[in-house]
Design a protein. Structure first.
Length: 218
């Protein structure tokens, strides 16, 4: 998934981002509400992890704008306030979930995963097609019972191809979902990852290039 972490404490923001990247998410970071809104206007995020007390533009106002945009983006609000009234106020703004600080990273990751499922069309927990089985929870992939040791990017790209269920997926879409904002749109990263994925999937070939469109699984 594509996740935006908005947190004005750089050490905490970087720690959250690193944890989520280890979970195979593409993560961008913003340290104030204004920068967050700039990124949200450009990128299609699945989940925004939003600190409520932000400089420049308050987290409440960021949340209101995300909700008003009618996007499928889900908002997980973070705060140091522990009172029930604070949690109710945050949810009343349109936030989809609320987590108080300090929190455990595994719980944060689990909540993000749950919100990500809600912002996508319903899909089976385990993705299957043409003998390939991908388990997002366990981060495991098999082809005809043979385990495939995939990198994080290969795993993320294969997951997007499986979710497409035979439809073609553009390189731009794969770059948006599997990389972060620092990825060069003119890079050959997608092509190289597809090449490595094809080798690991083995024969007969499964990933097909659709000229002028992108890639799809047979």
């Amino acid at each position: 998934m594509r996740v935006l972490v908005v947190e004005d404490e750089p050490m905490l923001a970087d720690a959250i981002a690193e944890w989520l990247r280890d979970e195979a998410h593409a993560v961008d970071v913003a340290f104030d509400g204004g920068a967050a809104l700039e990124r949200i206007a450009v990128h299609d995020y699945d989940v925004v992890v939003l600190d409520r007390d932000l400089p420049v533009v308050h987290g409440d106002d960021v949340c209101r704008q995300v909700v008003a945009s009618d996007a499928t983006t889900r908002v997980l609000m973070l705060t140091a306030a522990v009172e029930v009234t604070d949690r109710v106020a945050g949810l009343s703004l349109g936030a989809d979930d609320y987590l108080t600080k300090p929190f455990a990273f595994p719980e944060l990751a689990a909540r993000i995963q749950s919100l990500g499922r809600r912002c996508r069309p319903a899909a089976p927990p385990i993705l299957r097609r043409s003998g390939v089985t991908l388990d997002p929870a366990r981060h495991e992939v098999f082809r005809d019972g043979r385990y495939l040791p995939l990198s994080k990017k290969e795993f993320a790209v294969l997951a997007e191809l499986l979710r497409a269920d035979g439809a073609a997926v553009s390189a731009e879409h794969l770059l948006e979902k599997a990389w972060d904002e620092h990825a060069d749109p003119f890079t050959g990263a997608v092509r190289l990852t597809i090449l490595k994925l094809r080798r690991k999937l083995g024969d007969p070939p499964l990933v097909e290039t659709v000229t002028g469109v992108g890639y799809r699984l047979r």
